[in-house]
Design a protein around this ligand. Structure first.
Ligand code: AMP
Ligand code: MG
Length: 414
């Protein structure tokens, strides 16, 4: 009897249903919170809101190299002399004062002297001994960055659940924080299954192929800032698979396997996951990626991804990634982009289809998607030459040239 004929779990879910279940399941398995130095925090998920303890910038300062003076003293026509009464460089802790028709030479980032509210850039000024000559035409208040111009004291500059990018690290550093509370990285094991697989670097025997999923899935994980545990290659052998699953499920938060999840005779993953734990669902109405499975073994969530290279990539992006994000308390939604098709498309099935496509944006600023030739689920070169996956919804069977489609950007934007 085939394994899937007696089920007590949902089968053939829509992508949305499957994703919802995964996000729920992973959301219940939130990882702990870590405090990490700011220079280790890139791509981590922030665990708390961060409020600025002081205004940014903390004091009114010059936006340019020039001369600080009182805007009310500027000439309305002709030109005017200002007595130079001192110099303030960025980093100075001396405070000067400018009075009527006086100025202070100032550099970018230096605090404004008392009384000054305007900086005239040095290129507009003629120096004449201990004075400068300023022509008419400058605006009062120009070239000054007021205290709090960027961020007000107490303002929230980053929110719990945000993924920290370079700009977020910069703004948190501007607040003066040297470390930040983030979700611990989920510990992920990658199990690559298949008797036919040979590691790159070794010669192929008859009937063998090089293992590519270890690198593409490993790369997708690294794109999320997760370095998988050293991955294991497991043979299509029930005992070896059982031992490997047991071992990694005992130490990891998430187990991602590739291959062996269909209903073929050497596809042992589903029955082993049912034996060692629980299947949450099996098979999703998507193409490629239909045989994907989600389950649990002990405390670990197990994603059984199909071995076909494009299927494993598509299921990772559509399902695994939202799960890993939910586990870290991050918003699971991927940025969604839309593009216009350059060719008509037809689809005969009722599954969500992910087509590999090139994107380009013409002078008219319209983003266009063109499917690549290589669309087979084993054709990784088709992904490598693509910029995005076009998403064709279940019930859409025909699309015309110029129709708008959703696209998922590849690979780093994902
Ligand atoms: P499976 O899901 O195990 O039935 O495998 C489906 C197809 O994907 C087969 O043609 C496998 O040879 C291929 N495949 C499985 N695992 C990998 C891998 N790690 N790298 C490249 N191809 C794979
Ligand atoms: Mg296999």
């Amino acid at each position: 009897m085939p394994f899937d004929s007696a089920t007590d779990y949902p089968m053939r879910l829509s992508v949305d249903e499957a994703r919802r279940r995964i996000v729920d399941l992973c959301g219940q398995r939130r990882v702990a919170v870590d405090s990490v130095p700011l220079d280790r925090a890139l791509r981590r998920v922030l665990a708390v809101d961060i409020a600025a303890p002081h205004p940014i910038p903390p004091f009114a300062n010059s936006a340019m190299d020039g001369y600080a003076l009182r805007g009310a003293d500027l000439p309305r026509e002709g030109e005017k002399r200002f007595a130079l009464v001192g110099v303030m460089l960025a980093g100075t802790d001396a405070t000067l004062r400018v009075r009527e028709d006086e100025c202070v030479r100032i550099t970018t980032g230096a605090p404004l002297p008392d009384g000054a509210d305007t900086v005239v850039i040095k290129e507009r000024v003629r120096v004449d001994g201990d004075a400068i000559v300023v022509p008419a035409g400058d605006a009062a208040g120009a070239n000054v960055r007021p205290a709090g111009e960027d961020v007000a004291a107490g303002e929230t500059v980053a929110h719990a659940g945000e993924i920290l990018g370079a700009a977020q690290l910069g703004v948190i550093a501007s607040c003066g924080f040297a470390s930040v509370r983030v979700a611990r990285r989920p510990r992920v094991a990658l199990l690559v299954t298949g008797d036919e697989l040979v590691p790159p670097g070794e010669p192929l025997g008859f009937g063998r192929i090089h293992d590519s999923n270890r690198y593409s899935l490993g790369g997708l994980l690294e794109g999320l800032g997760i370095v998988a545990d050293p991955s294991a290659h497991v043979r299509d052998d029930v005992g070896a698979l059982r031992d490997a699953l047991r071992a990694v499920a005992a130490t990891c938060d998430v187990v991602i396997s590739s291959g062996g999840v269909s209903a073929g005779e050497a596809d042992y993953l589903p029955r082993l996951i049912a034996e060692l734990g629980r299947i949450d669902f099996w098979k999703v109405r998507m193409k490629p990626g239909h045989p994907v499975l989600c389950g649990e073994i002990g405390k670990a969530i197990v994603f059984g991804l199909p071995g076909n290279p494009v299927s494993s990539l598509a299921t990772f992006l559509a399902l695994v990634k939202p799960g890993l994000m939910a586990m870290q308390g991050a918003d699971a939604a991927s940025p969604s982009w839309r593009a216009r098709l350059t060719v008509p498309l037809r689809k005969k099935h009722d599954r969500t289809e992910y087509l590999r496509a090139r994107l380009d944006c013409g002078d008219d600023a319209v983003l266009r998607a063109t499917p690549v030739e290589r669309q087979g689920s084993g054709m990784m070169a088709g992904v490598a030459e693509a910029d995005a996956l076009i998403v064709i919804p279940e019930q859409t069977h025909a699309l015309g040239e110029g129709d708008v489609v959703d696209v998922i950007l590849l690979p780093d934007a994902c």
